[in-house]
Each structure stands twice: as structure tokens, then as C-alpha cells.
Design a protein around this ligand. Structure first.
Ligand code: HEC
Length: 325
């Protein structure tokens, strides 16, 4: 618990710094939390199903929540973020929508209509308890400010870039505990925080003693390729996961075992560099994969030549290990 406690303290400090909140009462009791209806605007929003809701009354009041800001035309970071949160959702299982709620709010409300959001959620096959929302731009900007996730637009903004803070705020409105977390955080740690740390006043912990030490990440002697794979690819891909295993069923993209043999080397190198361009050019393999994988596109991760080489080496190294099993 000590390690997890430290992490929580660090995140809380980050959150307070980012949002400019006073640190006086992070854990207030439910009746006097400073972050009540006076702090959080009760702005109207619309869900992906076209239902009108109010931010404070309907979405966060008395609930444990995770909130982030997305836009569906964002091709690189948002799908990664969504994929990672999807893992957290799966770890939380049937507590989603009962004890814990996720909200992804569009920062591109002009384009992200409820229908567009609904299609996006369906592509990722997101389960209950995760709502996508849109609304009026000024209301959404206000929410971003109050949640400490507002990045003012850069003056010389290139068309099409919608810079936004890739963080997520998790909180328990009832107890007034709020913190900022990265969606790239280890999903187990996030799930544990949401499921028990924020929540322990209501439900017994899922795990007795959650900590980074227990999380299934091998820290020592990680190669560059392995590190890249874990941080950039593993939220969507497995390597050599048994066909019907939970991991394989949960994955968003194909299992990558043997991919260095099954695909032409130049195809693979180019795919890792610019999958978006290959899809746009209607490369036949890319198009077939895209159809097969629910029309979720593999994001262009802006990998450098060295990163790509390290990843291919990592994938090759996995191959004999898989074959031996
Ligand atoms: C947001 C999810 C996501 C992330 C992150 C992601 N991919 Fe993919 N990947 C996909 C999807 C989905 C496909 C199937 C093609 C498509 O729909 O674009 C795919 C296809 C592939 C393929 C082709 C597989 C085949 O059978 O030929 C390779 C190789 C691949 N990804 C490698 C990677 C690597 C390496 C990374 C990390 C650097 C990565 N991907 C990150 C979703 C993702």
C-alpha cells in the first residue's frame, strides 16, 4: 500500500497544481466537499444516445467517475487513450455502470454529434457505464477549466490539430477526492484506484494490497523494443496470446505472433511508419485488416526509424518463444 500511496500523493499534487486548487481539504467528508455544485457547473450535455443530461446532477453527483476529453477525428493519441481505458473498463468488470462511471467528453462538439460518438463507441465495442458526451463549446471549455484539463489553443494553431490535455481526472464526488491521472498509467493501477482506493468507503477492496510492485510489468532488462511495445502497442495488440484467452479476446487489433514472417519486410516497416497513409491508398492487406478489425484504425504513432527497428527486433524475438510452446 505504501507504494500506491506515494503514487496517489504525487498524482494528487499534480492535480492540485494543474487545477490551481487549494490543497486544504483533499479528502473532505461528503457533506462539506468544496467540489460540490458550486464548483462543478451543471451544464447540459447530450449523450451518444441523444439523451440530455446535466453534468453535476446526472453525471457526477455522489459517484466515482473517470472523465477525459476526446475528439473522434483524432487519429493518434485518442485511440490509444480509448484503448487503454478500455482495459481499465475490462478490469473493473461488472462494477462499470454500477459503482464506477466513465465519461468521454468531446472537445470538437461541432463535428462530434451524438451519432458520430455512438459510432465511435461501437467501433471500440465499449461496454456499459461508459458514456460519450457532446454539448455546447463554451460549456465544455468551462468543464475543462474546472477539471484542470484545459489547454488554451496555441496562437498559430495548424488546422486540424485539436491540442488537448491527454489526462484524465478520476474522482469521487461524494468524498471530494479528485486526482489527475495519465490514461497511459498501468491499467491495473488505474483500475485499482478507481475500484477501491476512491471507493473504499462503500465497497471492500478487490485486492488486498495493491501496489506497483504487484503489477504485471517486468521492469528490469527491458529492451527498447519491449518498452516501446508495452507503452505504445500493448493496449491494442497481444503477441502469442492463446486464441481464446481473455487477452486475445480483449485485444483491439490482431495478435502479432509471427507477423515478421507472415508479412513482407518492406510492407511491415512502412505499416509501422504510416498505417494511415497505407489505408488511405487502399493497400489491399491494410484494407482487409481494417474491415476485419471493426473499422478501428491503427493510429500513426509517429515512430522514428530506430523505434521501428527496435519493435521489429522485439517482434522477431517473440517468435521462437511462441513456436516452442
Ligand atoms: C489503438 C489501437 C492500436 C495501437 C495502439 C496499435 N495498433 Fe497495430 N493495429 C491495430 C488495428 C485495429 C490493426 C488492424 C488494421 C487496421 O484496422 O488498421 C492493426 C494492425 C497492425 C499490424 C498488422 C498485422 C498483420 O496481421 O499484418 C501490425 C504489424 C501492427 N498493428 C503493429 C503495431 C505496433 C508494433 C504497434 C505499436 C507501435 C501498434 N500496432 C499499435 C490497432 C492498434
Amino acid at each position: 500500500m505504501r507504494l500506491a500511496g506515494k503514487v496517489v500523493t504525487r498524482l494528487a499534487a499534480l492535480l492540485l497544481a494543474a487545477a490551481g486548487w487549494s490543497g486544504a481539504a483533499l479528502a473532505a467528508n461528503s457533506s462539506q466537499t468544496p467540489w460540490g455544485p458550486d464548483y462543478f457547473p451543471n451544464v447540459p450535455l447530450v449523450t451518444q444516445d441523444g439523451k440530455s443530461v446535466r453534468f453535476f446532477d446526472d453525471l457526477i453527483k455522489g459517484k466515482v467517475v473517470a472523465i477525459n476529453f476526446v475528439f473522434t477525428s483524432c487519429s493518434a493519441s485518442c485511440p490509444m487513450e480509448t484503448a487503454r481505458l478500455r482495459q481499465v473498463q475490462q478490469l473493473l468488470g461488472d462494477r462499470m455502470g454500477k459503482d464506477v462511471f466513465f465519461y468521454s467528453i468531446s472537445i470538437d462538439p461541432e463535428n462530434d454529434t451524438p451519432a458520430v460518438l455512438k459510432q465511435y463507441a461501437a467501433r471500440f465495442d465499449l461496454g456499459p457505464g461508459w458514456t460519450f458526451l457532446t454539448g455546447r463549446r463554451q460549456d465544455i471549455d468551462l468543464l475543462r477549466q474546472r477539471l484542470g484539463l484545459y489547454m488554451p489553443a496555441l496562437p498559430a494553431r495548424t488546422a486540424g490539430t485539436n491540442d488537448h490535455d491527454l489526462s484524465l481526472v478520476v474522482g469521487n464526488q461524494g468524498t471530494g477526492r479528485w486526482m489527475k491521472a495519465s490514461p497511459f498509467e498501468n491499467p491495473e493501477v488505474l483500475a485499482t484506484q478507481l475500484g477501491s482506493w476512491l471507493h473504499n468507503w462503500k465497497v471492500a477492496s478487490v485486492r488486498a494490497d495493491p501496489s506497483y510492485a504487484e503489477a504485471p510489468v517486468r521492469l528490469p532488462q527491458q529492451s527498447r523494443g519491449e518498452e516501446l511495445f508495452r507503452t505504445r502497442c500493448a493496449s491494442c495488440h497481444t503477441v502469442g496470446a492463446p486464441a481464446n484467452s481473455l487477452a486475445a479476446l480483449r485485444a483491439i487489433g490482431p495478435d502479432l505472433a509471427g507477423v515478421t514472417r507472415s508479412r513482407d519486410r518492406l510492407w511491415l516497416l512502412r505499416w509501422l511508419r504510416e498505417p494511415d497513409v497505407m489505408l488511405a491508398e487502399k493497400d489491399p492487406i491494410a484494407t482487409a485488416l481494417y474491415q476485419k478489425y471493426n473499422k478501428v484504425t491503427m493510429p500513426n504513432l509517429r515512430l522514428g526509424v530506430g523505434d521501428i527497428a527496435a519493435l521489429v527486433t522485439f517482434l522477431e524475438e517473440q517468435d521462437p518463444a511462441v513456436a516452442r510452446k
